[in-house]
Write a protein that binds this ligand. Structure first.
Ligand SMILES: C[S@@+](CC[C@H](N)C(=O)[O-])C[C@H]1O[C@@H](n2cnc3c(N)ncnc32)[C@H](O)[C@@H]1O
Ligand code: SF4
Length: 421
């Protein structure tokens, strides 16, 4: 579905994004790879653990298509759009126009629904539209538990919807949308995890995605399932069943308690976070946010250029605080938090160099631009992630030069050598 131009832009942005993921700079040079688009905050279910039930006043509506169309003009080069929000995307009458806009910019599209509105017509359109991934959240393998966790969802009706979707996809001979069953692990459904895999198989899914419950209210913490022998046993059973049935069973960790302000062992060391460096959240009414755990709503996402917004003071300050190891409450204990090190940075830069050399879609000017960025990173790395730091090629010479030559002379020599390469 993507043109050669899209592929080239994507290749360039992906390498730049990889370089950004060294977390050396609080500013982004690359566009974020992923955009989360809250196409709908309206919902027909009232799942007990969903943050939607505890927002006062709750927002319930649909993103304006034309405002999104204008915003999406900046998305070329990005990888994927996830269309949902705290609501159900298939309730939006414009859903397929959102999809078409994302595809026209070269993005893959993923969406997650509660399955209630996965009618025959919607199923056909999903298949025809080329949506790459569809998640239908289940959280329970039995009607009784389903009714309790995803009220007033009708387990049997949703299963029929999903089975019909899979049958239509099979008849169309289409590989997409790839169907996954997301399941949020809680103390309520822990015993049903292995059966979730059987259910997903029956529904025609290719995988199950098991993620932790994030307790949006403190009194929900008791439903979260921290690591324990029982969790390991249920997960092992689920993975084993996945192997037997040919399904991919994925496990995604979440920070279960964003409101806990526990001291982090790594405080003071340089950090980074893929969400802050690689994701853009576009909320229904044109706000953005840092991530799912930090409540602050930042206005301007429909009015300002995306990169200006992502490089505005508040974003830069938050990224800088991670780089400096000053973690805010929501970041402490977050599973996305990454501790940085000279070795990590160097491994990424070497990988970036490999990809630059193999980037068949890019011209020499673009490749050189990327190489320069890698060189600039090697310059700043020791100041950000500390020493010892061994640049790969002319490392020994550089270190000797650093010890023996004054900085201005080093800079002059470097530019001569770089020009000569
Ligand atoms: C917010 S929903 C929106 C899309 C759609 N309405 C659905 O149910 O899939 C996206 C996903 O978040 C999951 N979810 C809801 N509340 C959660 C929580 N407190 N912690 C972790 N995941 C949660 C849902 O089960 C669903 O898989
Ligand atoms: S269906 Fe999705 S958005 Fe609606 S209440 Fe349930 S989890 Fe929340």
């Amino acid at each position: 579905m993507r043109s050669a131009d899209h592929d080239a832009k994507r290749q360039f942005n992906e390498i730049l994004s990889l370089i950004d993921s060294t977390y050396l700079l609080p500013q982004l040079r690359a566009k974020p790879k992923y955009v989360w688009v809250a196409v709908s905050t309206a919902c027909d279910l009232r799942c007990g653990f969903c943050p939607r039930q505890y927002i006062e006043p709750v927002d319930s509506g649909f993103m304006d298509l034309e405002r999104f169309r204008a915003a999406a003009e900046q998305f070329d080069g990005m990888r994927k759009a996830a269309l949902f929000g705290l609501g159900d995307p298939l309730l939006s009458k414009s859903f397929f126009e959102f999809v078409a806009i994302c595809h026209a910019r070269g993005l893959e599209v993923a969406t997650t629904s509660n399955g209630t509105n996965l009618t025959e017509d919607v199923a056909r359109r999903l298949i025809e539209s080329g949506v790459e991934e569809l998640g239908v959240s289940m959280d329970a393998a039995t009607p009784e538990l389903f009714r309790r966790l995803r009220a007033p969802g009708d387990f049997a009706a949703i299963c029929r919807n999903v089975e019909r979707f899979s049958e239509l996809k099979r008849q169309a001979g289409s590989a997409t949308p790839c169907l996954v069953i997301p399941c949020t692990i809680s103390s309520e459904n822990l015993h049903e995890l292995p059966d979730m895999v059987n259910l997903a198989h029956r529904l025609g899914a290719t995988g199950v995605s098991l993620s932790d419950l994030a307790a949006m209210r403190e009194d929900f913490a008791r439903y979260c399932v921290p690591d324990s022998p029982e969790l390991s046993r249920r997960l092992d059973e689920a993975f084993q069943r996945g192997k037997e049935l040919g399904l991919v069973v994925g496990r995604f960790r979440q920070k279960m308690n964003p409101w806990v302000d526990a001291a982090a062992e790594t405080e003071g060391r340089p950090h980074g976070c893929p969400t802050l460096w690689e994701h853009f959240h576009l909320e229904r009414r044109g706000e953005t946010k840092y991530c799912c755990y930090i409540g602050d709503a930042i206005p301007g996402a429909f009015d300002r250029p995306m990169m200006d917004l992502l490089n505005s003071d508040c974003f830069v300050r938050l990224r800088e605080s991670l780089i400096r190891g000053r973690l805010r409450k929501e970041c402490r204990g977050c599973t996305n938090l990454t501790v940085n090190s000279p070795e990590r940075v160097e491994a990424i830069l070497r990988e970036a160099e490999k990809r630059i050399d193999g980037a068949a879609l890019l011209g020499e000017t673009e490749r050189e631009q990327l190489r320069q960025t890698v060189r600039a990173c090697r310059e700043v790395a020791p100041r950000v992630v500390g020493r010892p730091y061994a640049p790969p090629r002319d490392g020994l010479l550089r270190r000797l030069a650093r010890r023996t030559l004054p900085a201005p002379l080093r800079r002059a020599l470097r530019s001569v050598f770089q020009d000569a390469r």
